[in-house]
Design a protein around this ligand. Structure first.
Ligand code: NAD
Ligand code: DAU
Length: 345
């Protein structure tokens, strides 16, 4: 029997790292990657897996039921199908500019995925959520799986909505769902609108580095490969209906990260430019990942001291990737290949 995994959002940052890991670690699995190829989806992130016999890409929008049905058709009927659902609008600042695309992709898209997945008898449905659903912490304490949900941005509110729909599918329909809530990721293929790749890209061009407010907001950073390993661990061993927090106790204020990047690049701190704060900016995130460590034996492999320099090196070595992403050139290929370069939501 073939194990088949339908991955949504596999052309994005974490999804592409996840597929790359799967091809190496579960070479006999069939992997269907369904992605709408929004501005954040980039098939160049997957060139190293394109030739893999079990891998197939399907362009489709999770908010359109027919697209989801097409992706399931590509999964075939000779084995067990599970779903790992990454597809989402993911950038807080864009959600502040306009929340509707977030409701469409994250809320409507997730319900669509749940409905079609139930209709197809999916074996396990893993929903990739975020620590941002818990809101903001004070100076002490950690988010546990029992922390109340208190989202503060349209992005995190839409992720809360999707989490609640996944929870409801388990309780109402006994559908085997799993939810993961991870802290901030960093690593290869992250779209350079997010803090770390943005600072690297700007610093190397001697451009101003925008730091919101006082730069003392704290995030808990996890190397993307550790997140991917945790997701696979929950998919294979997690208890249906449960939530698993993922994080690695790497708490740093934003300004410290910016300074570390400048140091490694040998660039002056005078590039730092304090700008207007993000509206509703969450002050601190910190994850208690005790449950996944105790119950499933997962622990992160990388510390920030190891993986931040490695990540900076990766961006320095991928100049062409960075230039094409920054200029949007990669989207011209989609227009040619698929007739449209925009998602249909
Ligand atoms: P990303 O923005 O890099 O990638 C999102 C992918 O989803 C893109 O390939 C995009 O084309 C696709 N997509 C968007 N809307 C779609 C739609 N309607 N239909 C099909 N595909 C669509 O995001 P990411 O950082 O890789 O995050 C992936 C998931 O992980 C998200 O659900 C996010 O909430 C969650 N998450 C991210 C982080 C982080 O630090 N980046 C941390 C925890 C959880
Ligand atoms: O915590 C998990 C979340 O992490 C994910 O759910 C989101 O998808 C992901 O985007 C990320 O959200 P953040 O808002 O924390 O990430 P971002 O990289 O946008 O910002 C990190 C911190 O840096 C935040 O405090 C805002 C600040 N920042 C960000 C940018 C882009 C700046 O000071 N300047 C900037 O230019």
């Amino acid at each position: 029997m073939t194990n088949t995994l339908l991955v949504t959002g596999g052309a994005g940052f974490i999804g592409s790292n996840f597929i790359e890991m799967l091809v190496a670690d579960r070479p006999d699995w069939r992997i269907i990657n369904m992605d709408a190829l929004t501005y954040a989806g980039n098939l160049e992130n997957l060139t190293q897996v394109e030739g893999h016999p079990g891998y197939q890409f399907v362009k489709g929008d999770v908010a359109i039921r027919e697209d989801v049905a097409r992706a399931f058709d590509a999964c075939g009927s000779d084995g067990q199908v599970s779903v790992v659902h990454f597809a989402a609008e993911s950038h807080v600042d864009r959600s502040i500019a306009g929340g509707l695309p977030f409701v469409m992709a994250n809320v409507v898209g997730t319900q669509n995925m749940l409905d079609e997945s139930r209709a197809r008898g999916v074996h396990r449905f893993l929903h990739v959520s975020t620590d941002e659903v818990y809101g903001s912490l004070g100076k002490t304490g950690f988010f546990t799986e029992e922390t109340n949900l208190a989202p503060n941005s349209p992005y995190s509110a839409s992720k809360c909505g999707s989490d609640m729909l996944v929870r409801a599918a388990f309780h109402t329909h006994d559908f085997p769902t799993l939810i993961t809530r991870c802290s901030n990721n960093y690593g290869p293929y992250q779209f350079p609108e997010k803090l770390i790749p943005l600072i690297i890209a700007n610093a190397r061009e001697n451009k101003p580095l925008p730091v919101y407010g006082d730069g003392m907001q704290i995030r808990d950073w996890l190397y993307v490969q550790d997140h991917c390993e945790a997701i696979l661990c929950v998919l294979e061993g997690g208890k249906p209906g449960d939530v698993y927090n993922i994080g690695g106790h790497n708490e740093y204020p934003n300004i410290e990260i910016v300074k570390r990047i400048l140091k490694q690049l040998d660039k002056p701190e005078s590039l730092i430019t304090y700008v207007k704060d993000r509206p509703g900016h969450d002050r601190r995130y910190a994850i208690d990942a005790g449950k996944i460590e105790r119950e499933l034996g997962w622990t992160p492999r990388y510390t920030f001291e190891q993986a931040l320099p490695k990540t900076i090196e990766w961006y320095l070595s991928q100049d062409e990737w960075l230039q094409r992403v920054r200029s949007g050139t990669y989207r011209e290929y989609y227009a040619e290949q698929y007739g449209s370069d925009t998602p249909s939501v």
